[in-house]
Design a binder for this molecule. Structure first.
Ligand code: PGA
Length: 255
């Protein structure tokens, strides 16, 4: 049975005070004995403070980005070692905002993913099609190519450190979430892809999260789908009450 995972991507939001207040509010409601995994992804400058704030609770911490080289002369970049040092267990790679706004390609995503997993972080690998790609019936082709490119050279032994997030670009930050049918069909496709590329065990044990306009009022329906193992939440993760309701929805469907 795949354990549900609720992840909150804070993106480029919060300041020191609001980041620790949000972390404190969540930590109070999420115990170490949880039936679901919970992680937050604050901006880099607040990772250490958020890690300290959630210590001893069931909330884990991840970064929104990492550099793919060992520490050295890479001005402005942040290494895996630094993220581990400030208490991160997770990192996001391949988020559509980095693919589309910063221009990260599959091969860069692949290098980041391998370096992160091999050096001690777990990874949420994001994939997803644009509206134009969906309208021109290219969704599965795009997912195949993002999965193949991002997981190039990654063998089955590394897969326990990797979670996939299906995030249709047209659903991110728009208020228009994928319908249950659209989400289930994409997740089923990704699971079948994993079976073909790896094996049945990897396909059945890898968690696939849905992301894109997840809110307290649609989380339960999405989390109930048989191939949806959790949610990656942007906007609705910035507020304790709303995010706590999404965590509660994951607990409810895990019973
Ligand atoms: P959203 O963002 O929940 O605000 O749509 C999701 C994401 O980008 O991970």
């Amino acid at each position: 049975m795949r354990r549900k995972f609720v992840a909150g991507n804070w993106k480029m939001n919060t300041l020191a005070g609001s980041a620790t207040a949000l972390a404190k509010g969540l930590a109070e409601g999420v115990l170490t004995t949880e039936s679901v995994d919970v992680a937050v992804f604050p901006p880099l400058p607040y990772l250490a403070a958020v890690s300290a704030t959630v210590a001893g609770s069931g909330v884990r911490v991840g970064a929104q980005n990492v550099y793919h080289e060992k520490p050295g002369a890479f001005t402005g970049e942040v290494s895996v070692e630094m993220l581990l040092d400030v208490g991160c267990q997770w990192v996001l790679v391949g988020h559509s905002e980095r693919r589309h706004l910063v221009g990260e390609c599959n091969s860069l995503v692949n290098r980041k993913l391998i370096q992160a997993c091999e050096r001690g972080l777990s990874v949420i690998l994001c994939v997803g099609e644009t509206l134009l790609e969906r309208q021109s019936h290219q969704t599965e082709m795009v997912l195949n190519s993002q999965m193949a490119g991002s997981l190039l050279g990654v063998d089955a032994a590394l897969m326990p450190k990797i979670v996939i997030a299906y995030e249709p670009v047209w659903a991110i930050g728009t208020g228009v979430n994928a319908t249950p049918d659209q989400a289930e069909s994409a997740h089923h496709h990704l699971r079948t892809w994993l079976a073909g590329r790896y094996n049945r065990m990897v396909s059945e044990s890898t968690r696939i999260l849905y992301g894109g306009s997840v809110k307290a009022n649609n989380a339960k329906e999405l989390l109930s789908l048989s191939n949806v193992d959790g949610v990656l939440v942007g906007g609705a993760s910035l507020e304790v009450e709303g995010f706590s309701k999404i965590i509660q929805a994951a607990r409810d469907v895990s019973r």
